[in-house]
Design a protein around this ligand. Structure first.
Ligand code: CA
Length: 230
């Protein structure tokens, strides 16, 4: 990837695409724009963007089908741009290979943070999944030593709580669906969101200053959880 990643913005609303292009250009990204699904697929094939921002509501075809088509031959990070109250659509997009989503309306800070996360995860050398430890704020998850430290002090977690925290830490910055976390922690036969919620609640009591306003493990309403970057 070059120093100036190429971002393809797939969005039919000119106000939104203009807003995104302005922010991205001002932050040294190169920006391409497609207003229809067909155009988007062609541009992805010819320009090989480093990241795609995909609006799901397009005039000529469902954004989900754009996602499916691109995923047949490309692993490019795809960030879905979605409306509020469309949790089922977000989960479907994530299941079909989208890397994350951002909910409209969003500010420049949130957009840039999501893009930085995608770039980091797609650059193999800095992939947090391959690191020995994860540090965010005052929290450290040290995989090599199987230690969790808060302000340098060891936090005692149950084996399940530790597994959940590791899954979140290895995907720091990215939303993880309930199903994804459950599969990673309990395997293919786990299906109990309630047990996951109880465990998350217990982890929060141990690592968060205020469980009601978590700083590290953020709830993505109706979708899953995200470990926040500091
Ligand atoms: Ca749209």
């Amino acid at each position: 990837m070059s120093n100036h990643p190429l971002i393809l913005v797939i969005e039919d609303d000119q106000t939104v695409s203009g807003f995104m292009s302005a922010i991205l250009s001002a932050n040294d990204y190169k920006v391409l724009h497609a207003a229809t699904g067909k155009e988007a697929i062609l541009m992805t094939a010819s320009y090989l963007p480093d990241i795609i921002l995909l609006d799901l509501g397009l005039p000529d075809m469902d954004g989900i089908n754009v996602l499916k088509t691109i995923r047949q031959w490309s692993k490019v990070p795809i960030l879905v741009v979605s409306a509020r109250g469309t949790e089922r659509e977000k989960i479907e997009a994530l299941d079909l290979g989208a890397d994350d989503y951002i909910t409209k309306p969003f500010g420049p800070g949130e957009l840039l943070a999501r893009i930085r996360t995608e770039i980091r995860h797609s650059q193999h050398a800095e992939d947090p999944a391959l690191a020995e430890k994860m540090v965010t704020g005052n929290l450290e998850v040290n995989y090599a030593k199987r230690l969790v430290l808060l302000d340098g002090k060891e936090i005692h977690l149950t084996p399940i709580e530790y597994k959940i925290l590791v899954v979140l830490a290895k995907h720091i910055g990215k939303v993880l669906t309930y199903d994804f976390i459950i599969r990673e922690v309990w395997g293919a036969y786990g299906n109990d969101i309630w047990t996951l919620r109880v465990n998350i609640s217990n982890i929060r009591k141990k690592i968060e200053d205020n469980s009601a306003e978590p700083r590290y493990i953020v709830t993505e309403m109706g979708v899953g959880y995200r470990m926040a970057e500091s």
